[in-house]
Design a protein. Structure first.
Length: 525
């Protein structure tokens, strides 16, 4: 009964807390004077002994990528020994592009090919879809076991783009921007014990030690070259810490990227932080905190199973090479680092310079990035068998039952795992004399597929048809950079303006270029 009453009253009580937020310097009540229901910040919960230091640290980590250091002063509801915290931000974005290549979220999408209509005309967009709302729930510690749960959502749940064809279930442009759909980002429970910590549910991948190394940018994430993905998983982890260093080890079994492979995805990682070497860091656009220098090495192993690509047979019923699956393995290695070049502390956030970097090499890992396919998808149609009459076109569909960007078929009809290599680097400089309230950031990323050039196919010319090639749709490499200025107008309101440059090099040697200017506003709570 207590648990039911706790959940049912959480939203109402937290709404009241917005109007009367708890002050960090408010006097503590006398022993025994606390009421059954209280509104207080995480910081006050720690000071009053409602939560332990370990529980406070766990909560700060869970909310780090959304509100950063502000999590300590986020108002929560305390009912007896239970507590809940409401957090998130309201976001408004205004963007102008010199081409019609992207929606509001550009991700790793491709710049329109030079000479096309989309490449020759601009676009402007206003959106609130990146607005985020989260709840974190904590149960009382039980015999040294700490338990919590987190549910977080945003408004990015619609399709990647609006549609103009009235397709069933897809939004119009008006619906896409003004009535966006709710999307679950995180939904997990965490059990922390003296021996091992366990996560059940959907949260960040271990691969890339997400979200510790996300760049600071007003662009909707993930940006080019950024590992940025959440998935259902079962994770085991352990933290070893001292006053000087913190060492983490994690091992996870996650949702397979292709369910028909019948194999869970496996991930593992090591993370080392130097606690006394700290710098100011903003994760994403809203999460600013003081973070220690750190490095992480992570690995991923995954399997795929697709039917052999059809070959031969009649046009009406092409034959498969085999009735069994073609099994392929993929995975990768990632190295991430955060380096405070000019250190800072919680008392002095200004005049701080930090560097951030990530290098990844892998196969079949396109889904771990946002919208990364580079035009490399499984062919939709069966090729015309050799010896067919001139001009014959096969329309028999081939369904590999796998998401794009993971595997494809080469010119000989062999299933091939797509290779990916990404490099990302960024810097953040916080101006002196402003206590971290204004800063400059810049980021660079390179995305390439080492085996993409070998996947270009060409159809020979015939008496009735010209030669065709997919070279104009396959991207060999993407180079992207941005520069932005951000500042806090009040403790809750943040503004940012950014210029971003994207250049796609296609397999036909053409380069598509897009320039984006974006202004964003955030109310962080």
């Amino acid at each position: 009964m207590r648990s039911t009453r706790f959940v049912a009253t959480t939203v109402i009580a937290l709404a009241a807390a917005w109007a009367t937020p708890a002050r960090a310097d408010a006097p503590l009540p006398a022993p025994g004077a606390a009421s059954t229901v209280d509104l207080m910040t995480l910081r006050l919960m720690l000071q009053k002994g409602v939560i332990t230091q370990a529980e406070f640290d766990s909560a700060m980590r869970d909310m780090a990528d959304s509100v950063g250091g502000k999590a300590a002063d986020t108002t929560g509801l305390v009912i007896g020994k239970w507590s809940a915290t409401l957090y998130g931000f309201a976001e408004a974005d205004y963007m102008f592009d010199t081409t019609q290549s992207y929606s509001d979220l550009s991700g790793n999408g491709q710049v329109a090919h030079p000479g096309s209509y989309a490449a020759s005309n601009p676009r402007s967009q206003f959106t609130v879809r990146n607005t985020r709302l989260g709840f974190r729930f904590r149960a009382p510690e039980y015999h040294g076991i700490r338990t919590s749960a987190q549910i977080e959502a945003d408004l990015m749940g619609d399709w990647a783009n609006p549609t103009y064809t009235a397709a069933t279930g897809q939004p119009t442009e008006n619906q896409f921007f003004t009535s966006p759909a709710l999307r679950i980002r995180h939904a997990f429970m965490k059990v922390e014990t003296p021996v091992v910590d366990v996560i059940f549910g959907q949260t960040w991948h271990v691969f890339g030690w997400q979200s510790t190394y996300q760049p600071n940018t007003v662009s909707l994430q993930g940006v080019p070259g950024e590992l940025y993905a959440r998935t259902p998983q079962l994770r085991l982890s352990k933290t070893f810490s001292s006053s000087d260093v913190t060492f983490d080890i994690a091992l996870g079994a996650t949702r397979p990227p292709q369910r028909d492979s019948a194999l869970p995805e496996g991930e593992a990682g090591l993370h080392l932080a130097i606690n006394k070497w700290t710098g100011t860091q903003t994760i994403g656009a809203t999460a600013t905190s003081v973070a220690p220098a750190s490095i992480a090495v992570t690995g991923d192993l995954r399997g795929f199973g697709v039917a052999n690509y059809p070959s031969g047979g009649t046009l009406a019923a092409p034959a498969l090479k085999s009735t069994s699956e073609v099994n392929k393995m993929g995975g990768g290695v990632a190295v991430d680092a955060f380096i405070p070049v000019i250190p800072s502390s919680a008392e002095h956030l200004g005049n701080s310079l930090s560097l951030l970097g990530e290098f990844v090499y892998g196969q079949g890992i396109g889904d771990l990035y946002t919208g990364l396919t580079s035009g490399l998808t499984m062919p939709a149609l069966v090729p015309v068998p050799a010896g067919s009459p001139v001009g014959t076109v096969s329309t028999t569909a081939y369904n590999p039952q796998i998401d794009p960007g993971l595997v494809t078929v080469d010119g000989k009809g062999n299933v091939t795992v797509i290779q990916w290599q990404t490099l990302r680097a960024g810097l953040q400089y916080y101006f002196p004399g402003m206590d971290g309230k204004m800063w400059l950031s810049a980021n660079y990323a390179n995305v390439s597929s080492p085996n993409a050039p070998g996947l270009v196919t060409t159809t020979a010319a015939t008496a009735t048809a010209k030669a065709t090639s997919n070279a104009a749709t396959i991207r060999n490499a993407l180079n992207w950079f941005d520069v932005l200025v951000m500042g806090d107008i009040t403790p809750a309101v943040r503004l940012g303006v950014e210029y971003a440059y994207s250049a796609d090099r296609y397999a036909d040697s053409q380069t598509g270029v897009n320039h984006r200017v974006q202004g964003s506003a955030y109310f962080i709570f």
